[in-house]
Design a binder for this molecule. Sequence first.
Ligand code: ADE
Length: 230
Amino acid sequence: MLKFDVITVFPDYLKPLELSLMGKAIEDGLISVNVKDLRDYTTDKHQTVDDSPYGGGPGMVMKPEPWGDALDEFATAETILIIPTPSGKPFTQALATELSKEKHIVFACGRYEGIDSRVAEHYKTKIRVEEVSIGDYVLAGGEVAVLVMVEAIARLVPGVLGNQESFADDSFAVGAMENLLEGPIYTRPPVWRDLEVPQVLTSGDHAKISAWKHEQAKLRTAQNRPDLAE
Ligand code: ADE
């Protein structure tokens, strides 16, 4: 059982995790997702979570105190704290694979310009803390990044996908297909709008099929991700 706790000022943003594959994984007791409102840890009437930045600059910064009170409640010695931020290290399939073997992951969703940096600094002295980015673009907050990361991590937890084979040849899969994008895929009918399924796939020759898939993966990688092809 992999437990996720998500702390956010927009709990409803995480609702999609109740659907589809993630919903089923929760129902089956393979993962749990608990979402907590950061404003429950404020102490003033207006439930303030942000303030203006020291040193000036645009926007607002999330205050450390509500984060400290929330994280003290959720973090144990086994917890990995993930702080989504565009200035974090890249979220990759390798990191997803590593995190899928953990017991407890807490996500701290920043809004506005982010969370006072002392929060990460403080918890780094106690537990593993990772500041993680899902890509080179800026979202309005960490919530959508958490949807992405929970889904990528949870589908790697044994039992979540029906067929354990089904992530072996994912693009970026750790192992044989590392650094290769998955090639084209087909199903019935054998001809659609004059387009035929490549004959090798219906040949029944498994060695030939494997070699063809590998070739296609290399072609697609060269085309779409020349940076990986090197
Ligand atoms: N918050 C805002 N942008 C983000 C990104 N690219 N990755 C993770 N968290 C974010």
